[in-house]
Design a protein around this ligand. Structure first.
Ligand SMILES: Nc1ncnc2c1ncn2[C@@H]1O[C@H](COP(=O)(O)OP(=O)(O)OP(=O)(O)O)[C@@H](O)[C@H]1O
Length: 362
């Protein structure tokens, strides 16, 4: 892992939504939905970080917080090491120029009444004005449009530039959404489930495009997904989220092939991957069973949030919340099984091959 300053980092990122609507004077305060609680993550130049988790685990909220779209309840976001304070329109625009978001649904995120030319020209002009104060026109504008379309592999550019969104496929629309984000010349792309609404046959093409942008432009990519198999394929590092908290983090290959946290094993075991993602995890889930539902995020109980579903959980797990424990360099799990507590659970020994250093629950 790069030792350089991350281009974007979050420390203790927390978002509590008010449950049950607006506060009414004279009534007790509304309870909070703990959507994201104390999440740390780092995005490095030229790397993809996957944030993986089930529905409701807080993935989109993390992306929206990092994009500055919703206010943070607690914690800090650092851009190039400097704390971000996105207050006011100007500060928000300056931030968004460097940190762009790509949404799940390319049908909803692109205005259907305008052709591609309009969508991209608007984005180019907006960001050009902010960075140089100048306006793009004529041949210079055409050149910038062609370059953007070529970057997202929509070539020849003239075939696409005057098309309307309804004349494009889902994959082509997502490429336009990515081109629009690139118009800002960003350092970070926050991609919230960028392929989950697309036909399976074209998903790989979009992921390959994002990987290409990472490699050629050195962009840092946050890849939000519920599909841990795609994280293995596409992301350099993977962070696993459960009920708003980080359960495990590390290089994608080890997280998906030799998962440490019982929750990651469950995710891996239920991943529909023909490439036999971590047979060990699947066996553990099959043998011991981990049915059940994620906990309520309204006033969640103390202890590990996965404990009610965890086949290894002991009293300690239900009582105290485990911190992330570094099990091997660059790999951490928020599981008491990796602590040196005497009352720790036995989470099973995991063969981690050459990356192995610690002893799981031994
Ligand atoms: N604006 C909001 N107001 C209240 N609760 C919210 C709001 N946005 C999200 N939540 C709640 O926060 C929790 C996390 O939601 P989030 O959308 O971040 O999860 P997710 O992992 O992205 O799920 P999915 O994969 O289904 O999109 C959920 O319980 C959700 O209901």
């Amino acid at each position: 892992m790069s030792q350089s300053t991350p281009v974007l980092a979050a420390h203790g990122l927390t978002k509590h939504f008010r449950a049950g609507g607006r506060r009414i004077a004279g009534r007790p305060p509304a309870r909070a939905i703990h959507a994201v609680d104390g999440v740390d993550l780092e995005l490095h130049r030229g790397q993809v970080l996957a944030v993986v988790g089930e529905s409701g685990s807080g993935k989109s909220t993390v992306a929206r917080l990092l994009a500055g779209l919703i206010p943070i309840t607690d914690g800090r976001v650092l851009l190039d090491g400097a704390e971000v304070r996105v207050r006011g329109r100007r500060a928000f625009r300056a931030y968004v120029r460097r940190v762009q978001m790509i949404f799940q649904d390319p049908f909803a995120s692109i205005n259907p009444v305008h052709p591609v030319r309009h969508t991209l020209t608007r984005a180019l002009r907006l960001h050009r004005r902010q960075s140089t104060g100048g306006t793009l026109r004529g041949a210079e504008l055409e050149e910038a449009l062609t370059e953007l379309l070529e970057r997202v592999h929509l070539t020849p550019a003239e075939r696409y530039v005057d098309k309307y969104p309804h004349e494009l496929s889902g994959g082509q629309r997502q490429r336009i959404a990515i081109a629009r984000a690139l118009a800002a010349d960003p350092e970070v792309l926050l991609a919230d489930e960028p392929v989950s609404m697309l036909d399976v046959s074209i998903r790989l093409g979009i992921l390959n495009l994002l990987a290409d942008l990472r490699d050629r432009l050195g962009i840092a990519v946050l890849y939000i997904t519920h599909d841990i198999a795609s994280a293995r394929y596409f992301a350099d590092r993977t962070t696993v989220l459960y009920a708003g908290q980080v359960m495990e983090t590390g290089d994608s290959e080890s997280v998906t092939q030799e998962p440490l946290h019982p929750y990651t094993r469950l995710l891996v075991a239920s991943a529909p991957d023909p490439d036999d993602l971590a047979g060990a995890g699947a066996a553990a889930v099959r043998d011991q069973g981990t049915g059940g539902e994620p906990p309520s995020l309204v006033d969640p109980p103390p202890g590990c949030r996965f404990a009610p579903r965890c086949p290894y959980a002991r009293d300690l797990c239900r009582r105290e919340t485990p911190e992330l424990i570094e099990v091997t360099p660059g790999r951490s799990a928020a599981c008491w099984g990796y602590s040196d507590r005497e009352d720790r659970p036995e989470v099973g020994r995991v063969s981690t091959g050459s990356t192995r250093g610690g002893e799981a629950g031994a």
